[in-house]
Design a protein around this ligand. Structure first.
Ligand code: GDP
Length: 498
């Protein structure tokens, strides 16, 4: 192979269809303008309104971001709102507090950015869990990191649902809407993590969004992908339709726009890509998440992976004998299987299988697993770098097999622009069997979506959707409001764009 050339051919569009602006220093963040060399060009084009919105956002971030005079003014208004003589300008902020694994944190940052775009706020990320070590700055001549001397930072640890400045708590306690309207507080906390309650989720309502417009600083905590529920806010809908005529491309475009692995991570990506992936005719990524006992035994998971990849014809079957057939040496096709998992056993079994036996179609299969970290250790730098590198390597796949419920897999599929084949979690087997029993009995095809099925879109799932309507707080099904906001394959009550 020669440098970056691969079987996809070179892709010279380093600005990825106009998503990325020119002008960044290339050396300090090589991946930004080089990922296109190893990734297939995306078949999904960002809309013109989205491109112009991003350019306007970048200008807003420059004007209001850290170190700008407007930012200093906004800090003064935050710390002494009553006696501040500083004239108010139109800079408003959304500070995102991330939590849990890297996949969760990427989803939450992207959600906050999506909200920043639609509500004309500036996104700032709270440092921590080595985030600042992983990603380059996405906005030219500014920073998206919350300055470490931000006045509320010491309080973040006490921000929770019951916190007095929590928006959901204020609504639950029946604070009159006029109170926020007449004297908006300098900041509010939005609790939108997995344990968010019905009042917290009033965030996804028009009336409450109207109130929030007046609050200059919003501090949001989430570990989820909020985008599908933000689509339910009717006052945002028209603009969102213009920005995203293809609804299932939100993560794909914004993920490729925002996240650029730093040079250390880029090194990990290249040192896997060049020797192990570059020569592949086709690459199949398999992401196996182990959620303790919920995932079942390794042997059962292995059976499930083999059943899925062979039934859906994602990987070739092997001959029973180990003897090479006379004509197979003429086959040039190499399929690379990139396995990511905390455990190395899955890839070892696959590797052995394809070494011990030829494939029935003569195709050569190379199996590669970059790391097997054993356990999640989300505050370790090198651990997180490896996790990010592996998400990016998976995102180069032509075909993806992922584990249900895993945000790690969601990120890979969204960046790749691929609808993954999703493996059921073992604990869902009983549920699945019950649900499908009738279908199975009455239709020959009934069993076809076991042990994996293809996702309807490449979008991540919001696993904790709003379940109450905005006016009377009665139960409602968010999956029945808009044709393109549907239920997820894995979290059946969750919502995704599709
Ligand atoms: P989720 O828990 O599956 O939704 O995904 P997260 O990314 O939020 O959290 C899982 C974390 O465990 C990752 O961020 C990694 O730290 C670690 N991890 C899980 N699976 C893998 C893997 O296949 N490769 C690597 N390098 N780390 C993994």
């Amino acid at each position: 192979y020669h440098g970056f050339t691969n079987n996809y051919g070179r892709n010279n569009d380093k600005f990825i269809n106009g998503l990325l602006p020119p002008g960044f220093d290339q050396k300090s963040c090589l991946s930004r303008y080089q990922l296109n060399l190893i990734r297939k060009p995306s078949p999904h084009k960002p809309s013109f309104p989205l491109l112009s919105k991003l350019r306007r956002y970048e200008a807003l971030h420059r004007r209001c971001g850290p170190n700008s005079p407007s930012f200093r003014q906004a800090i003064v208004r935050l710390t002494s709102p009553t006696n501040s003589t500083a004239p108010s300008d139109d800079c408003k902020y959304i500070v995102i507090l991330t939590r849990d694994g890297l996949g969760n944190r990427i989803l939450s940052i992207l959600s906050a950015f999506f909200y920043a775009l639609i509500s004309n706020r500036v996104i700032l990320i709270n440092r921590g869990n080595t985030l600042e070590d992983l990603f380059c700055e996405p906005f030219l001549e500014s920073s998206w990191l919350l300055p470490s001397d931000f006045p509320l930072r010491d309080k973040f640890g006490s921000f929770r649902q019951s916190f007095p400045e929590s928006f959901g708590n204020i609504l639950r306690n029946g604070m009159r809407k006029e109170t926020i309207e007449d004297s908006p507080p300098p900041y509010l906390y939005l609790h939108l993590s997995h344990d968010a309650g019905d009042y917290d989720k009033l965030f996804y309502c028009d009336r409450q969004q109207n109130l929030l417009k007046k609050v200059p600083w919003l501090i949001m905590e989430t570990n989820n992908y909020l985008v599908p529920a933000i689509f339910l806010v009717s006052s945002f809908r028209q603009e969102l339709n213009e920005l995203f005529p293809a609804k299932d491309t939100v993560f794909h475009h914004l993920g490729r726009y925002l996240f650029h692995p730093k040079n250390d991570v880029w090194g990990l990506i290249l040192r896997s890509y060049k020797p192990y992936v570059a020569r592949a005719n086709e690459m199949v990524g398999i992401q196996i998440r182990i959620f303790g006992s919920e995932s079942g035994s390794i042997q059962d998971q292995m059976k499930q992976i083999l059943a899925c990849t062979q039934k859906k014809k994602l990987l070739p079957e092997t001959e029973l004998s180990s003897a090479e057939k006379a004509d197979s040496s003429t086959s040039q096709k190499v399929k690379v299987v990139l396995v990511t998992s905390l455990n190395s056993q899955y890839s070892e079994t696959l590797k052995e299988m394809y070494w011990e036996h030829p494939t029935v179609d003569g195709e050569m299969v190379a199996v590669y697993q970059p790391s097997h970290e054993g356990v999640q250790s989300s505050d370790s730098r090198i651990h997180n770098r490896k996790a990010l590198a592996e998400m990016y390597l998976l995102s180069l796949s032509d075909v993806l097999v992922t584990s249900d419920w895993s945000t790690f897999g969601y990120v890979a599929q969204g960046l790749a622009g691929v609808k993954p084949w999703m493996l059921y979690k073992a604990e869902d087997k009983v549920f699945w069997a019950l649900q499908h029993w009738l279908k199975y009995k009455t239709s020959k095809e009934g069993g076809d979506d076991w042990p994996c099925r293809q996702a309807v879109s490449m979008e991540p799932c919001l696993q904790v959707p709003p379940v109450c309507d905005c006016d009377e707080m009665k139960r409602m099904d968010g999956g029945k409001v808009l044709p393109y906001v549907i239920h997820c394959e894995d979290a059946s009550w969750g919502l995704k764009l599709g």
